[in-house]
Write a protein that binds this ligand. Sequence first.
Ligand code: CDP
Length: 225
Amino acid sequence: MMSSFVSIAIDGPAAAGKSTVAKIVAKKLGYVYIDTGAMYRAFTYAVIKAGLDPKNEEQACSLVGKVSIELTEDGCVLCNGEDVSKPIRGNEVSSNVSYIASYKTIRLELIKLQRELASHQNVVMDGRDIGSYVLPDAQVKVFQVASVETRAKRRYDENLAKGIQTSLEEVAENVRQRDYIDSHRDFDPLVKDKDAIELDTSNLNIEESAAAVLEIVAKKLGEKQ
Ligand code: CDP
């Protein structure tokens, strides 16, 4: 059954600027922004905090059903009630999250939560598999890309602004590594859905990228009426 709520899916590779654009689009439309990457990051944080090995599937999956993840209205990420908004952006989580996101049991648990959130409100949801798997009926699907160089530079600047210590080379390596793992995992990999509209933001700034997505949204929602 088609839900009466609108879902906008924004997928794409690491650090393509999806969350920045998704937040602007959600605000403009009065929709709720759902950062699914933050959920995988929070789960990764919980695994590390419990002293378990993120590269060990059995150990990591032993926390399924025991981690509560919440995205608050003011943009914070809570993991078992603790505000983890800052540590989930650090190097330790960034270099382990794609292993955690490759485990089917963990994915299925987080996907259940994502679908539940989209079932009762209008959402802009960003991630890797939103249009292809989580919300296949999403009215609008955007696949946002940019060159590796652009993406690494953007994330490096973002980290600097947040006070996260990294080098440009380290960030570029992390972006390449996550893209590889995310597109090669067996279950639910990063792929461009057949219905998705590709948007290359290599030469667009934030405002231009958001305007381009809003244009796609207006066109798609206009077609449906
Ligand atoms: O912001 P950035 O593009 O760096 O990544 P993110 O959206 O915070 O996602 C972090 C990681 O979570 C990704 O590299 C994927 O491994 C995983 N992820 C996923 O598998 N599926 C999603 N829907 C969202 C994120």
